[in-house]
Design a protein around this ligand. Structure first.
Ligand code: PLP
Length: 400
């Protein structure tokens, strides 16, 4: 066998979500796209704001081509980083400069370079289940070990005592994701204050600085008047990984940024290591044209996109409740975390859904058995037309 043992494992456990995405396409070929209700993947259905496409055209016309398409510093164009720093300062009252911002090829790349900069073989990283399962792969990429601790069964907020008992002298970092994929929970000020004081205490106890990695691709997708507090304001040793994949509907373009605040211990070294990691992991720098787009579109109003997801959220949640399912009412992101009906395994429930051409992802894909995730970043029409299928599924599950 030519492939590595580590990749062989990944090959065997290839992402269920990605496989379902393909399954949805195959089903659509067989029974017609209009008869398939694919709630499997977090691929935004709302188009990128018009400013994005317009700025692509003007940038190509206006910016010197050699500069635009050339190599650059691994951390990205200084003008783009300055625009992002100013945007954050306006929104969150911070005082970041170019030296705190590093351009990345999406949150996935940001998490990888942060972990590459921090981890030695055997170091531990903690996250809260259910969680975005790729975290495990990212941590293992650098010889680390991912440990998971539960969240509250109702609120899906971190269980602080479980976190405390999971921390040891091996703990290098804690990853949080708010607004959360898959539960839709938002970590508010109280949670962030508690988390911060716990991490400060435990860091003092072990004579270290446990780094909080805040994975924030859904930062703006908050509903019912809620907003995501600025996580780095609560805990000094924070690295923020942000992405425009969801907020500007650009997942294929691979663009985002990391914030490495001055308050983070050894921030200059960590920033330099992350910049080197951008190069040595092969991304080299974030896509140049997209950096220029972000520079121009950083203040774009996305409230219409958020409203569209909010309408979908209310609509799908209402349909699910009406059909008889139990689900947590999501506060943010674009997922609903549905309870698997009593007496069924996640896989059995998933198979019933598939028979009705409804695709949702089993909780095991998030280390959250007993639940399923439905992504509502689909057209309103798809949600409306799925109503009968949900009712039929509920009947087959004995809920009606
Ligand atoms: N983190 C979470 C929680 C996600 O849900 C995703 C994508 O769905 C990512 C990171 C990766 O996003 P990106 O496209 O920015 O790499």
């Amino acid at each position: 066998m030519m492939i590595s043992k580590a990749m062989k494992k990944q090959l065997e456990g290839n992402s269920t979500i990605r496989l379902m995405f393909q399954e949805g396409k195959d089903m659509a070929k067989k029974v017609g796209a209009e008869n398939v209700f694919d709630f499997s993947i977090g691929n935004p259905n709302v188009p990128a704001p018009k400013e994005v496409n317009e700025s692509i055209k003007t940038i190509v016309d206006e910016v010197d081509s050699v500069y635009l398409h050339g190599y650059m510093a691994n951390e990205g164009y200084p003008e783009t980083r300055q625009a992002i720093a100013e945007h954050l300062n306006r929104r969150f009252g911070t005082s970041y400069g170019v030296g705190n911002i590093l351009m990345i090829a999406g949150a996935a790349a940001g998490l990888n370079i942060a972990l590459k900069a921090l981890l030695d073989e055997g170091d531990e990283v903690i996250t809260f289940r259910p969680y975005f399962l790729e975290y495990g792969n990212y941590v293992r990429n650098y010889g680390g070990v991912l440990r998971t601790v539960p969240t509250d069964k109702e609120t899906f907020l971190p269980d602080m005592e479980e976190l405390r008992s999971a921390i040891s002298e091996k703990t290098k970092a804690v990853i949080i994701n708010t607004p959360n994929n898959p539960t839709g929970a938002i970590y508010g000020e109280e949670t962030l204050r508690e988390l911060s004081s716990l991490l400060s205490e435990e860091s003092r106890k072990y004579g270290t600085h446990i780094v909080l990695i805040s994975d924030e691709p859904y930062r703006e997708l908050c509903y019912d008047g809620l907003t995501q507090p600025w996580v780095a304001a609560f805990y000094p040793d924070t690295i923020v990984c942000y992405s425009f994949s969801k907020s500007l509907s650009l997942p294929g373009e691979r663009i985002g940024y990391c914030v490495v605040p001055d308050e983070l211990c050894c921030h200059e070294d960590i920033y330099s290591c992350m910049s080197i990691a951008n190069r040595t992991l092969g991304m080299v720098n974030a896509p140049s044209l997209m950096q220029k787009v972000i520079e121009r579109c950083i203040d774009t109003d996305i409230s219409e996109n958020v409203k569209a997801y909010d309408r979908n959220r209310k609509l799908l949640y209402g349909i699910l409740k009406e059909a008889g399912f139990e689900a947590a009412y999501p506060q943010g992101a674009f997922y609903i975390w549905i309870k698997t009906p009593e007496g069924l395994t996640d896989q059995e429930f998933c198979n019933i859904c598939k028979r009705h051409y409804v695709l949702i992802v089993p909780g095991s894909s998030f280390e959250g058995s007993g639940h399923m995730r439905a992504a509502y970043c689909v057209s309103e029409d798809t949600i409306r037309r799925s109503e009968q299928a949900w009712k039929d599924i509920a009947s087959e599950c004995g809920l009606r």
